[in-house]
Write a new protein. Sequence first.
Length: 82
Amino acid sequence: MSQYPTVSIRTNLWIAIPVGALIVAVVASNFLLLNYVHVFTSILWTGTDIFMALILGPILRRVSFATRKEIISWLMPRCFST
């Protein structure tokens, strides 16, 4: 059993929802929905970026290298086992 989180649609449904909304907006040729999906996902992206920079960054500077390595490896899971 791996100590890293798995990468799958089932465990990361929050990734499939915006992609599904994008596909629906394009297939339906609905510009308003496409614009909504674009703005909403950019807000989520910016929020994640601000969290990483302003909250997680200073915390990672204060912990040991081993802890930092473990947190970063958990945030960036491997798609394939090696």
